[in-house]
Design a protein around this ligand. Structure first.
Ligand code: 5AD
Ligand code: SF4
Length: 433
Protein backbone atom coordinates (compact mmCIF):
# COMPACT_ATOMS: atom_id res chain seq x y z
CA UNK A 1 0.00 0.00 0.00
CA UNK A 2 1.28 3.44 -0.99
CA UNK A 3 0.72 5.06 2.39
CA UNK A 4 1.74 2.31 4.81
CA UNK A 5 4.60 2.74 7.27
CA UNK A 6 6.67 0.71 9.71
CA UNK A 7 8.72 2.28 12.49
CA UNK A 8 11.51 0.86 14.62
CA UNK A 9 12.82 2.82 17.59
CA UNK A 10 16.28 2.35 19.10
CA UNK A 11 17.53 3.72 22.41
CA UNK A 12 15.99 5.49 25.33
CA UNK A 13 12.52 6.18 26.69
CA UNK A 14 12.45 9.56 24.92
CA UNK A 15 12.84 7.76 21.60
CA UNK A 16 10.05 5.34 22.44
CA UNK A 17 7.86 8.32 23.24
CA UNK A 18 8.91 10.03 19.99
CA UNK A 19 7.91 6.90 18.05
CA UNK A 20 4.40 7.56 19.39
CA UNK A 21 4.63 11.20 18.26
CA UNK A 22 5.66 10.13 14.75
CA UNK A 23 2.89 7.51 14.56
CA UNK A 24 0.31 10.08 15.61
CA UNK A 25 1.51 12.65 13.05
CA UNK A 26 1.50 10.12 10.20
CA UNK A 27 -1.79 8.47 11.14
CA UNK A 28 -3.44 11.90 11.29
CA UNK A 29 -2.22 12.37 7.73
CA UNK A 30 -3.83 9.12 6.56
CA UNK A 31 -0.85 6.75 6.78
CA UNK A 32 -1.46 3.24 8.07
CA UNK A 33 0.93 1.62 10.53
CA UNK A 34 1.90 -1.98 9.68
CA UNK A 35 3.79 -4.32 11.97
CA UNK A 36 5.77 -6.12 9.25
CA UNK A 37 8.63 -4.22 7.72
CA UNK A 38 8.25 -5.92 4.34
CA UNK A 39 4.61 -4.84 4.04
CA UNK A 40 5.48 -1.15 4.40
CA UNK A 41 6.02 1.40 1.67
CA UNK A 42 7.83 3.62 4.19
CA UNK A 43 10.31 2.20 6.73
CA UNK A 44 11.42 4.60 9.46
CA UNK A 45 14.32 3.98 11.83
CA UNK A 46 14.16 6.19 14.91
CA UNK A 47 17.82 6.21 15.88
CA UNK A 48 20.04 6.85 18.90
CA UNK A 49 23.54 8.41 18.94
CA UNK A 50 24.44 8.02 22.60
CA UNK A 51 26.98 5.27 21.87
CA UNK A 52 28.77 4.21 18.73
CA UNK A 53 27.28 0.73 18.98
CA UNK A 54 23.71 2.03 18.59
CA UNK A 55 24.73 3.97 15.49
CA UNK A 56 26.46 0.96 13.91
CA UNK A 57 23.36 -1.17 14.41
CA UNK A 58 21.13 1.38 12.72
CA UNK A 59 23.58 1.88 9.84
CA UNK A 60 23.69 -1.90 9.38
CA UNK A 61 19.90 -1.98 9.26
CA UNK A 62 19.82 0.88 6.75
CA UNK A 63 22.39 -0.88 4.53
CA UNK A 64 20.43 -4.12 4.54
CA UNK A 65 17.15 -2.32 3.75
CA UNK A 66 18.84 -0.53 0.85
CA UNK A 67 20.43 -3.76 -0.42
CA UNK A 68 17.00 -5.28 -0.76
CA UNK A 69 16.16 -2.26 -2.94
CA UNK A 70 12.60 -3.52 -3.30
CA UNK A 71 9.97 -1.72 -5.26
CA UNK A 72 10.70 1.92 -4.46
CA UNK A 73 10.43 1.53 -0.68
CA UNK A 74 11.31 4.71 1.17
CA UNK A 75 13.79 4.34 4.02
CA UNK A 76 13.96 7.22 6.49
CA UNK A 77 16.40 7.90 9.31
CA UNK A 78 14.82 9.86 12.15
CA UNK A 79 16.08 10.98 15.54
CA UNK A 80 19.51 11.66 16.96
CA UNK A 81 21.55 10.09 14.14
CA UNK A 82 19.75 12.23 11.59
CA UNK A 83 20.93 15.25 13.55
CA UNK A 84 24.44 13.85 14.02
CA UNK A 85 25.11 12.63 10.46
CA UNK A 86 22.87 15.01 8.47
CA UNK A 87 23.23 14.72 4.66
CA UNK A 88 25.98 12.06 4.97
CA UNK A 89 23.13 9.62 5.53
CA UNK A 90 21.85 10.47 2.06
CA UNK A 91 25.18 10.84 0.25
CA UNK A 92 27.05 7.92 1.79
CA UNK A 93 24.41 5.57 3.10
CA UNK A 94 21.56 6.05 0.63
CA UNK A 95 18.79 7.19 3.00
CA UNK A 96 15.72 8.61 1.25
CA UNK A 97 14.67 10.78 4.16
CA UNK A 98 16.58 12.32 7.10
CA UNK A 99 14.63 14.05 9.90
CA UNK A 100 16.07 15.19 13.25
CA UNK A 101 14.24 15.13 16.61
CA UNK A 102 12.59 18.54 16.07
CA UNK A 103 11.35 17.96 12.51
CA UNK A 104 8.57 15.39 12.84
CA UNK A 105 5.74 17.83 12.16
CA UNK A 106 7.15 18.16 8.63
CA UNK A 107 7.06 14.40 7.99
CA UNK A 108 3.79 14.40 5.97
CA UNK A 109 5.14 17.05 3.57
CA UNK A 110 8.62 15.47 3.26
CA UNK A 111 7.23 11.99 2.76
CA UNK A 112 4.83 13.28 0.18
CA UNK A 113 7.80 14.68 -1.74
CA UNK A 114 9.57 11.32 -1.49
CA UNK A 115 6.48 9.50 -2.75
CA UNK A 116 6.36 11.90 -5.70
CA UNK A 117 9.85 10.91 -6.76
CA UNK A 118 11.60 14.03 -5.56
CA UNK A 119 15.24 13.75 -4.45
CA UNK A 120 15.97 12.62 -0.87
CA UNK A 121 14.48 14.96 1.74
CA UNK A 122 16.18 16.35 4.83
CA UNK A 123 15.13 18.43 7.85
CA UNK A 124 17.69 18.86 10.63
CA UNK A 125 16.84 22.20 12.17
CA UNK A 126 16.64 22.37 15.95
CA UNK A 127 13.74 24.66 16.85
CA UNK A 128 12.78 24.14 20.50
CA UNK A 129 9.95 21.82 19.46
CA UNK A 130 7.91 20.31 22.30
CA UNK A 131 5.18 18.65 20.18
CA UNK A 132 2.44 20.31 22.17
CA UNK A 133 -0.99 19.17 21.04
CA UNK A 134 0.30 15.85 19.68
CA UNK A 135 -0.84 13.08 21.94
CA UNK A 136 0.74 9.68 21.34
CA UNK A 137 -1.43 6.66 22.05
CA UNK A 138 -0.51 4.77 25.22
CA UNK A 139 1.90 1.85 24.90
CA UNK A 140 -0.05 -0.44 27.17
CA UNK A 141 -3.59 -0.83 28.42
CA UNK A 142 -2.93 0.79 31.78
CA UNK A 143 0.50 2.42 31.55
CA UNK A 144 1.35 5.62 29.70
CA UNK A 145 4.28 7.97 29.12
CA UNK A 146 4.13 11.73 28.82
CA UNK A 147 7.05 13.90 27.78
CA UNK A 148 7.25 16.99 30.00
CA UNK A 149 10.47 18.52 28.71
CA UNK A 150 12.96 17.95 25.92
CA UNK A 151 16.66 18.54 25.37
CA UNK A 152 19.43 19.11 27.86
CA UNK A 153 21.69 21.98 28.97
CA UNK A 154 24.01 20.02 31.21
CA UNK A 155 26.80 19.25 28.78
CA UNK A 156 28.18 16.25 30.61
CA UNK A 157 31.49 15.99 28.80
CA UNK A 158 30.82 12.54 27.29
CA UNK A 159 27.29 13.17 26.09
CA UNK A 160 26.06 13.99 22.60
CA UNK A 161 22.47 14.70 23.67
CA UNK A 162 22.68 18.52 23.97
CA UNK A 163 24.09 18.65 20.42
CA UNK A 164 21.55 16.36 18.78
CA UNK A 165 18.42 17.12 20.79
CA UNK A 166 19.12 20.77 21.56
CA UNK A 167 18.70 22.78 24.75
CA UNK A 168 16.29 22.26 27.60
CA UNK A 169 12.70 23.43 27.11
CA UNK A 170 9.55 22.50 28.98
CA UNK A 171 6.10 21.73 27.70
CA UNK A 172 3.18 23.90 28.87
CA UNK A 173 1.78 22.40 32.05
CA UNK A 174 -1.84 22.65 30.90
CA UNK A 175 -0.89 20.67 27.80
CA UNK A 176 0.75 18.02 30.01
CA UNK A 177 -2.27 17.84 32.31
CA UNK A 178 -4.64 17.62 29.32
CA UNK A 179 -2.54 14.82 27.81
CA UNK A 180 -2.66 12.86 31.07
CA UNK A 181 -6.41 13.44 31.48
CA UNK A 182 -7.02 12.05 28.00
CA UNK A 183 -4.84 9.02 28.81
CA UNK A 184 -6.72 8.49 32.06
CA UNK A 185 -10.05 8.54 30.20
CA UNK A 186 -8.61 5.74 28.04
CA UNK A 187 -7.97 3.66 31.17
CA UNK A 188 -4.38 4.63 31.89
CA UNK A 189 -3.62 4.50 35.62
CA UNK A 190 0.16 4.40 35.77
CA UNK A 191 1.86 7.44 34.27
CA UNK A 192 5.57 8.11 33.72
CA UNK A 193 6.75 11.69 33.17
CA UNK A 194 9.70 11.60 30.78
CA UNK A 195 12.47 13.98 29.84
CA UNK A 196 16.26 14.09 29.58
CA UNK A 197 16.31 15.76 33.00
CA UNK A 198 12.76 16.06 34.35
CA UNK A 199 13.90 17.92 37.46
CA UNK A 200 14.83 20.86 35.22
CA UNK A 201 11.14 21.31 34.34
CA UNK A 202 10.34 25.03 34.44
CA UNK A 203 7.42 26.69 32.69
CA UNK A 204 5.46 29.83 33.51
CA UNK A 205 6.93 29.93 37.00
CA UNK A 206 6.02 26.31 37.70
CA UNK A 207 8.71 23.75 38.55
CA UNK A 208 8.83 19.96 38.66
CA UNK A 209 7.58 19.76 42.26
CA UNK A 210 4.52 21.85 41.49
CA UNK A 211 3.86 19.96 38.27
CA UNK A 212 3.95 16.53 39.89
CA UNK A 213 1.54 17.72 42.61
CA UNK A 214 -0.89 18.80 39.87
CA UNK A 215 -0.57 15.40 38.21
CA UNK A 216 -1.42 13.74 41.52
CA UNK A 217 -4.77 15.59 41.52
CA UNK A 218 -5.98 13.82 38.34
CA UNK A 219 -8.53 11.41 39.84
CA UNK A 220 -8.04 8.14 37.91
CA UNK A 221 -4.25 8.24 37.87
CA UNK A 222 -3.14 5.86 40.63
CA UNK A 223 0.62 5.72 40.07
CA UNK A 224 3.15 8.39 39.10
CA UNK A 225 6.77 7.82 38.03
CA UNK A 226 9.42 9.85 36.23
CA UNK A 227 12.65 9.41 34.28
CA UNK A 228 15.37 10.71 34.24
CA UNK A 229 16.52 12.76 37.23
CA UNK A 230 19.95 14.40 37.38
CA UNK A 231 21.50 13.94 40.86
CA UNK A 232 22.61 17.60 41.03
CA UNK A 233 18.93 18.69 40.86
CA UNK A 234 17.65 15.96 43.17
CA UNK A 235 17.46 18.14 46.27
CA UNK A 236 15.73 18.35 49.64
CA UNK A 237 12.67 20.08 48.12
CA UNK A 238 12.24 17.29 45.55
CA UNK A 239 12.73 14.58 48.18
CA UNK A 240 10.23 16.25 50.57
CA UNK A 241 7.70 16.62 47.75
CA UNK A 242 8.00 12.97 46.76
CA UNK A 243 7.83 11.81 50.38
CA UNK A 244 4.44 13.55 50.70
CA UNK A 245 3.03 12.45 47.35
CA UNK A 246 0.71 9.49 47.87
CA UNK A 247 0.65 8.39 44.23
CA UNK A 248 4.40 8.62 43.67
CA UNK A 249 5.83 5.16 43.05
CA UNK A 250 8.98 4.65 45.06
CA UNK A 251 11.40 3.81 42.24
CA UNK A 252 13.94 6.49 41.39
CA UNK A 253 16.35 6.31 38.47
CA UNK A 254 19.35 8.45 39.43
CA UNK A 255 22.31 8.06 37.05
CA UNK A 256 25.54 7.87 39.06
CA UNK A 257 27.94 7.46 36.07
CA UNK A 258 31.03 7.11 38.27
CA UNK A 259 31.94 6.74 41.93
CA UNK A 260 35.19 8.70 41.65
CA UNK A 261 35.19 12.43 42.41
CA UNK A 262 38.01 13.06 39.91
CA UNK A 263 36.09 11.32 37.13
CA UNK A 264 32.80 12.99 38.09
CA UNK A 265 34.53 16.32 37.80
CA UNK A 266 36.01 15.49 34.39
CA UNK A 267 32.53 14.40 33.33
CA UNK A 268 31.15 17.79 34.43
CA UNK A 269 28.50 16.07 36.54
CA UNK A 270 28.50 18.76 39.25
CA UNK A 271 28.11 16.50 42.29
CA UNK A 272 30.51 14.51 44.42
CA UNK A 273 30.20 10.91 45.61
CA UNK A 274 29.59 12.27 49.12
CA UNK A 275 26.70 14.46 47.94
CA UNK A 276 25.19 11.59 45.96
CA UNK A 277 25.40 9.30 49.00
CA UNK A 278 23.84 11.93 51.25
CA UNK A 279 20.88 12.30 48.89
CA UNK A 280 20.36 8.53 48.81
CA UNK A 281 20.49 8.37 52.62
CA UNK A 282 18.08 11.26 53.07
CA UNK A 283 15.63 9.72 50.59
CA UNK A 284 15.82 6.34 52.29
CA UNK A 285 15.06 8.03 55.60
CA UNK A 286 12.04 9.93 54.28
CA UNK A 287 10.74 7.28 51.85
CA UNK A 288 11.65 4.00 53.61
CA UNK A 289 10.63 1.59 50.83
CA UNK A 290 12.33 3.57 48.04
CA UNK A 291 14.34 1.68 45.42
CA UNK A 292 17.15 3.22 43.38
CA UNK A 293 18.27 2.29 39.88
CA UNK A 294 21.09 3.92 37.96
CA UNK A 295 23.35 4.30 34.90
CA UNK A 296 27.09 3.70 35.28
CA UNK A 297 29.88 4.16 32.79
CA UNK A 298 33.38 2.67 32.88
CA UNK A 299 36.49 3.53 30.89
CA UNK A 300 35.98 7.29 30.81
CA UNK A 301 39.31 8.96 29.82
CA UNK A 302 41.74 9.19 32.79
CA UNK A 303 39.83 6.50 34.76
CA UNK A 304 42.39 4.59 36.85
CA UNK A 305 42.00 1.29 38.72
CA UNK A 306 41.49 3.41 41.84
CA UNK A 307 38.68 5.38 40.20
CA UNK A 308 37.07 2.13 39.11
CA UNK A 309 37.40 0.75 42.65
CA UNK A 310 35.59 3.89 43.88
CA UNK A 311 32.71 3.10 41.48
CA UNK A 312 32.52 -0.49 42.80
CA UNK A 313 32.56 0.91 46.33
CA UNK A 314 29.54 3.13 45.59
CA UNK A 315 27.69 0.19 44.03
CA UNK A 316 28.44 -1.84 47.15
CA UNK A 317 27.29 0.91 49.52
CA UNK A 318 24.12 1.87 47.67
CA UNK A 319 23.01 -1.56 46.47
CA UNK A 320 21.02 -0.37 43.46
CA UNK A 321 18.13 -2.58 42.47
CA UNK A 322 19.23 -2.42 38.89
CA UNK A 323 21.82 -0.62 36.76
CA UNK A 324 22.33 0.06 33.07
CA UNK A 325 26.08 -0.29 32.63
CA UNK A 326 28.14 0.97 29.70
CA UNK A 327 31.64 1.20 28.37
CA UNK A 328 32.55 4.79 27.47
CA UNK A 329 32.15 5.51 23.78
CA UNK A 330 33.83 8.66 22.35
CA UNK A 331 31.23 10.91 20.74
CA UNK A 332 31.78 13.64 18.16
CA UNK A 333 31.45 17.27 19.32
CA UNK A 334 31.79 16.35 23.01
CA UNK A 335 34.56 17.70 25.27
CA UNK A 336 35.64 14.25 26.42
CA UNK A 337 37.03 13.27 23.01
CA UNK A 338 39.97 15.56 23.81
CA UNK A 339 40.58 14.30 27.35
CA UNK A 340 43.74 12.20 27.69
CA UNK A 341 44.90 9.63 28.53
CA UNK A 342 42.22 7.38 27.11
CA UNK A 343 41.62 4.00 28.72
CA UNK A 344 42.63 0.98 26.66
CA UNK A 345 39.28 -0.41 25.39
CA UNK A 346 40.35 -3.93 26.46
CA UNK A 347 40.83 -2.73 30.03
CA UNK A 348 37.55 -0.79 29.91
CA UNK A 349 35.80 -3.94 28.69
CA UNK A 350 37.25 -5.96 31.59
CA UNK A 351 36.04 -3.31 34.04
CA UNK A 352 32.59 -3.43 32.49
CA UNK A 353 32.42 -7.21 32.84
CA UNK A 354 33.58 -6.95 36.44
CA UNK A 355 31.00 -4.25 37.23
CA UNK A 356 28.16 -6.16 35.56
CA UNK A 357 28.94 -9.28 37.56
CA UNK A 358 29.17 -7.28 40.78
CA UNK A 359 25.89 -5.39 40.26
CA UNK A 360 24.00 -8.41 38.95
CA UNK A 361 24.77 -10.26 42.18
CA UNK A 362 23.29 -7.35 44.14
CA UNK A 363 20.22 -7.24 41.88
CA UNK A 364 19.73 -10.98 42.49
CA UNK A 365 20.13 -10.61 46.24
CA UNK A 366 17.69 -7.68 46.33
CA UNK A 367 15.16 -9.80 44.42
CA UNK A 368 15.72 -12.79 46.72
CA UNK A 369 14.99 -10.52 49.68
CA UNK A 370 11.49 -9.98 48.26
CA UNK A 371 10.50 -13.59 48.98
CA UNK A 372 7.58 -13.67 51.45
CA UNK A 373 7.08 -9.91 51.11
CA UNK A 374 3.61 -8.60 50.33
CA UNK A 375 3.71 -5.96 47.60
CA UNK A 376 1.13 -3.74 45.96
CA UNK A 377 0.95 -4.69 42.27
CA UNK A 378 -1.10 -3.53 39.33
CA UNK A 379 -2.06 -6.09 36.68
CA UNK A 380 -0.81 -4.81 33.32
CA UNK A 381 -1.21 -7.65 30.84
CA UNK A 382 -1.85 -11.38 30.40
CA UNK A 383 0.46 -14.02 29.04
CA UNK A 384 -1.40 -17.28 28.49
CA UNK A 385 -2.70 -18.24 31.91
CA UNK A 386 -0.51 -15.79 33.77
CA UNK A 387 -0.93 -12.15 34.72
CA UNK A 388 1.96 -9.74 34.37
CA UNK A 389 1.92 -7.22 37.19
CA UNK A 390 4.13 -4.32 38.26
CA UNK A 391 5.11 -3.29 41.76
CA UNK A 392 5.24 0.35 42.82
CA UNK A 393 9.03 0.04 42.67
CA UNK A 394 8.80 -0.89 38.96
CA UNK A 395 9.47 -4.61 39.24
CA UNK A 396 7.58 -7.11 37.12
CA UNK A 397 5.86 -9.88 39.09
CA UNK A 398 4.37 -12.94 37.37
CA UNK A 399 1.15 -14.27 38.84
CA UNK A 400 -0.10 -17.74 37.89
CA UNK A 401 -3.70 -16.63 37.64
CA UNK A 402 -5.71 -14.38 35.35
CA UNK A 403 -6.75 -11.20 37.13
CA UNK A 404 -8.42 -8.18 35.49
CA UNK A 405 -6.07 -5.72 33.80
CA UNK A 406 -5.82 -2.51 35.83
CA UNK A 407 -6.64 -4.20 39.13
CA UNK A 408 -4.45 -3.09 42.00
CA UNK A 409 -3.98 -5.79 44.59
CA UNK A 410 -1.51 -7.26 47.05
CA UNK A 411 0.75 -10.09 45.88
CA UNK A 412 2.97 -12.17 48.09
CA UNK A 413 6.27 -13.10 46.45
CA UNK A 414 6.64 -16.88 46.70
CA UNK A 415 9.62 -17.53 44.43
CA UNK A 416 12.19 -15.94 42.10
CA UNK A 417 12.46 -17.61 38.66
CA UNK A 418 15.60 -16.45 36.89
CA UNK A 419 15.38 -12.79 37.78
CA UNK A 420 11.63 -12.49 37.98
CA UNK A 421 9.59 -12.56 41.19
CA UNK A 422 6.63 -14.93 41.15
CA UNK A 423 3.68 -13.69 43.15
CA UNK A 424 0.55 -15.13 44.65
CA UNK A 425 -2.52 -12.97 45.16
CA UNK A 426 -3.69 -13.03 48.76
CA UNK A 427 -6.95 -14.95 48.84
CA UNK A 428 -10.23 -13.03 48.76
CA UNK A 429 -11.03 -13.79 52.41
CA UNK A 430 -7.78 -12.23 53.52
CA UNK A 431 -8.47 -9.30 51.24
CA UNK A 432 -11.88 -8.73 52.86
CA UNK A 433 -10.42 -8.81 56.35
N1 5AD B 1 29.50 6.52 26.20
C1 5AD B 1 28.93 5.57 26.98
N2 5AD B 1 27.79 5.74 27.63
C2 5AD B 1 27.17 6.94 27.50
N3 5AD B 1 26.03 7.42 28.03
C3 5AD B 1 25.85 8.67 27.60
N4 5AD B 1 26.85 9.03 26.78
C4 5AD B 1 27.71 7.97 26.71
C5 5AD B 1 28.93 7.73 26.05
N5 5AD B 1 29.52 8.66 25.30
C6 5AD B 1 25.22 6.65 28.99
C7 5AD B 1 25.09 7.40 30.31
C8 5AD B 1 23.69 7.90 30.28
C9 5AD B 1 23.00 6.83 29.47
C10 5AD B 1 21.70 7.25 28.88
O1 5AD B 1 23.92 6.51 28.47
O2 5AD B 1 25.28 6.46 31.36
O3 5AD B 1 23.13 8.05 31.56
FE1 SF4 C 1 23.58 13.70 28.54
FE2 SF4 C 1 24.23 14.63 30.91
FE3 SF4 C 1 22.12 15.65 29.59
FE4 SF4 C 1 21.98 13.16 30.58
S1 SF4 C 1 22.20 15.04 31.76
S2 SF4 C 1 21.35 13.83 28.55
S3 SF4 C 1 24.06 12.44 30.37
S4 SF4 C 1 24.27 15.79 28.99
Amino acid sequence: MRRSFYIKAYGCQMNLYDAGVVKEILENDGYVLVDQENEAKVVLLLTCSVRNHAESRALGRLASLKRKGNGGRIVGILGCMAQNFKETLINQYGADLVVGPDGYRRLPELLNNCLNNQPPQICVQLNEECYEGIRPKPNGKVTGFVSIMRGCNNFCSYCIVPYVRGGERSKNFDDIIKEIEILSRDGIKDITLVGQNVLAYQKNGLDFCELIKLVQRIPDIERIRFITAHPKDFNQRVIDTLANLKKFCQGIHLPLQSGSNQVLEMMNRRYSREEYLQKIELTRKLIPDVVFTTDIMVGFPTETEEDFAATLDMVQRIRFDFAYMFQYSPRPQTKAINIKPVVDPKIAHKRLEHLIEFQNQITKENNQALINKELEVMIEAHNGKQSIARTRTNKIVIIDKIKPIGEITIAKVIDIRGWTPIGEIKNEEQEIK
